[in-house]
Design a protein around this ligand. Structure first.
Ligand code: CP
Length: 316
């Protein structure tokens, strides 16, 4: 296990032995470290005035989002453009999917145009894997149903590593709808691989048995260095919840007072979309001393630049 930054490795020497980025489950700790180390370099690049790097010049990335997104879609587009690639955005609206074209036929059509990188968000678990079996260029999973959202967990890890200087030994509490959250699932894999302790807290009806979570917020946040707050994924609920939004906020909503259950100086994270007054209080979400939420968004661009760079190294 190597959770520490590999400061001595030249960025040109960093590699991962993967053609696609489909899940964190398939990454080794060393792969994660390589991505984070390269992302550190791209944090600096992304802050420069003349940001565009010609690394991916002449390459075209298809950014296919068949579910709504603000952060991930823009971030992948910005990452590709910062590296000099051209980007084609595609959503359900305006596509032939609206006329009944199947997912598989859509993938075959895109592949026939020979893109150089393919990013996909889809509501079905396993859709990114299915795409990787049909699409010949590197495929990056931007969220497949409840299963995984690998670049979100990577950007969360970069945010944590920059704040604490390490991942190993941290305790991270994931609070909310763990059951339906691909962000939680990717983070559970990543944080455990990197030597962090993960605790889950939320209502039993939104907690998978495998997470071993608690409904006791005090217990769930105890000893946490960071609290990752999740929204309730209403679009994925199979049945009506037994509580209202107000009741949820009263029991599980993260406030400054409740953050006091965690370690002194514990930080707050949220992958978005954020529902103020439901899973998180606006005052703590906006507290610059405790909230890393906007940093997460910034780190997303750097992580995606690193992923695009690494996955195209053998094809450019
Ligand atoms: N974190 C995340 O996936 O946000 P978006 O749905 O806005 O992309």
């Amino acid at each position: 296990m190597n959770a520490q930054p590999q400061k001595k490795t030249a960025v040109s020497k960093l590699t991962i032995p993967h053609k696609h980025l489909l899940s964190v489950e398939n990454l080794a700790a060393d792969d994660i470290t390589a991505i984070l180390d390269l992302a550190e370099y791209y944090v600096v690049q992304n802050r420069r005035r003349s940001q565009t790097n010609a690394l991916l010049k002449g390459m075209v990335m298809v950014n296919m989002f068949l579910e709504n997104s603000t952060r991930t879609r823009l971030s992948f587009e910005m990452a590709a453009k910062r590296l000099g690639a051209d980007v084609i955005n595609m959503t359900t609206e305006g596509s032939s999917i609206k006329k009944g074209e199947s997912f598989i036929d859509t993938l075959k059509t895109v592949n026939a145009m020979r893109p150089d990188m393919f990013v996909i968000r889809h509501g079905e678990e396993g859709s990114a894997l299915a795409a990787s079996e049909l699409i010949e260029c590197p495929v990056l999973n931007a969220g497949d149903g409840t299963r995984e959202h690998p670049t979100q967990a990577l950007l969360d890890a970069l945010t944590l590593r920059r704040h604490f200087g390490k991942l190993e030994g941290l305790t991270v509490s994931i609070c909310g709808d763990v059951l339906h959250s691909r962000v939680a699932h990717s983070n559970l894999h990543l944080l455990k691989k990197m030597g962090a302790t993960v605790k889950c807290v939320g209502p039993a009806e939104l907690m998978p048995l495998s997470a071993g979570g608690t409904e006791d917020l005090k217990q769930g946040l105890q000893d946490a260095d960071a609290v990752m707050v999740l929204r309730i994924q209403k679009e994925r609920l199979q049945k009506e919840l037994s509580f209202t939004q107000d009741q949820y906020f009263k029991t599980f909503g993260l406030t400054a007072e409740r953050l006091g259950y965690a370690k002194d100086g514990a930080v707050v994270m949220h992958p978005g979309t954020m529902n103020r007054g439901v899973e998180i209080d606006a005052a703590i979400a906006d507290d610059p001393k405790r909230s890393l939420i906007t940093t997460q968004v910034e780190m997303g661009v750097a992580v995606r630049m690193a992923c695009l760079d690494l996955l195209t190294r053998s094809t450019r």
